[in-house]
Design a protein around this ligand. Structure first.
Ligand SMILES: O=C(O)CCC(=O)C(=O)O
Ligand SMILES: [Fe+2]
Length: 323
């Protein structure tokens, strides 16, 4: 029984018998157990039990796809597009997605949404809305309807099952505690979940911000319910070598009360509208954090506010090592 093999392998791994755990799974995988292949692939991706090895993970996923594992196929598409364990290739990823879509409705839905997008052969946008300047220092612009309603719903749908209350590690106790600055729920869409729709939207954000896609941290979805807010803060990270230099916020919905984004330093209030995006610089030309870029998400009074945030670094980052 495949379940029993996975359970036993996890028990062995938890008790420190990693070599036995790996041997058990490898044997089962070689005998055609697709769940054992997936478990090995996941260990290779997360670097737990075995050292992280993205190309080995890709090879394991390939074998699982060949046996007909649907989740492996979707994961392979994402990793192929974002260049995890091999060179990034939109074309190769799209071709894998088309194959998967033959009998997977999730893949089919993604293809249909991609068909509505104005993108080139690399998934980059061929057109963008013109930015409207909201502030010059700091530079803050708005792109009206950067995302369509369908695209917003897709991003929210990918993140929804992963949403968890925003937490930080208490420096005193080392325990996870509620984040005093941000009370929303959040979920980062990491590289294994970066399907082609998400990838194309990350490319759109990169184009709108004049940055390369590799500079963006994983797209993070925030959901604020009544009373939840993001208190005034800077997006920069104290002492970071590779600083956050820009932020893009995309409002995924509207129809709630409250939840405006405010920049008190420049007396600016932005009323969220579904699909609109705000882009702002978080650092001065010197590279130092810009205190005038302090901002907040006001408390939501009624309904739920959904937002996607992309914090953009000065240099490309490795999405596998960022926490
Ligand atoms: O919720 C908002 O309007 C602000 C979000 C924000 O500041 C952020 O994601 O960095
Ligand atoms: Fe922020």
């Amino acid at each position: 029984m495949s379940d029993a093999v996975i359970t036993r392998a996890n028990q062995l791994s938890a008790s420190g018998a990693t070599a036995d755990a790996i041997a058990l799974l490898t044997k089962a995988a070689d005998a055609g157990d697709v769940d054992a292949l997936m478990q090995l692939a996941v260990w290779r991706l997360v670097g737990k039990t075995m050292p992280r090895d993205l190309s080995e993970a890709r090879a394991l996923l390939r074998r699982a796809v060949a046996i007909g594992h649907v989740d492996a196929a979707l994961m392979e598409v994402a990793l192929t597009a974002n260049g995890s364990g091999g060179p990034p290739s939109w074309t190769a990823a799209l071709s894998l997605l088309r194959t998967a879509a033959v009998d997977d409705p999730i893949a089919m839905e993604q293809l249909q949404l991609l068909d509505t997008m104005a993108i080139d052969a690399d998934g980059a946008p061929t057109q963008l809305p013109s930015p409207e300047v909201l502030s010059t220092a700091p530079h803050i612009v708005r792109f009206a309807r950067l995302f369509t309603q369908q695209e917003c719903a897709h991003i929210a749908g990918v993140a929804a099952p992963m949403l968890e209350p925003a937490r930080i590690i208490d420096p005193q106790t080392g325990q996870w505690v509620a984040n005093p600055i941000r009370t929303s729920d959040d979920a980062a869409i990491g590289p294994t979940n970066e399907n082609l729709v998400v990838r194309a939207l990350n490319q759109r954000i990169a184009a709108a911000s004049g940055t390369s896609i590799g500079q963006g941290e994983p797209l993070t979805v925030l959901r604020y319910r009544p009373g939840q807010q993001y208190r005034p803060h800077l997006d920069t990270i104290q002492g970071a070598q590779n600083q956050r230099i820009k932020t893009v916020l995309v409002y995924l919905n509207e129809g709630f009360d409250g939840g405006e984004t405010v920049f008190p330093g420049v007396n600016l209030t932005v009323t969220p509208r579904g699909g609109d995006a705000i882009l702002f610089d978080t650092v001065l030309t010197t590279g130092a954090p810009d205190p005038a870029a302090r901002h907040a998400g006001l408390p939501v009074r009624q309904g739920a506010k959904w937002l996607a945030t992309r914090w953009i670094r000065a240099e490309p980052i490795d999405p596998w090592t960022i926490s």
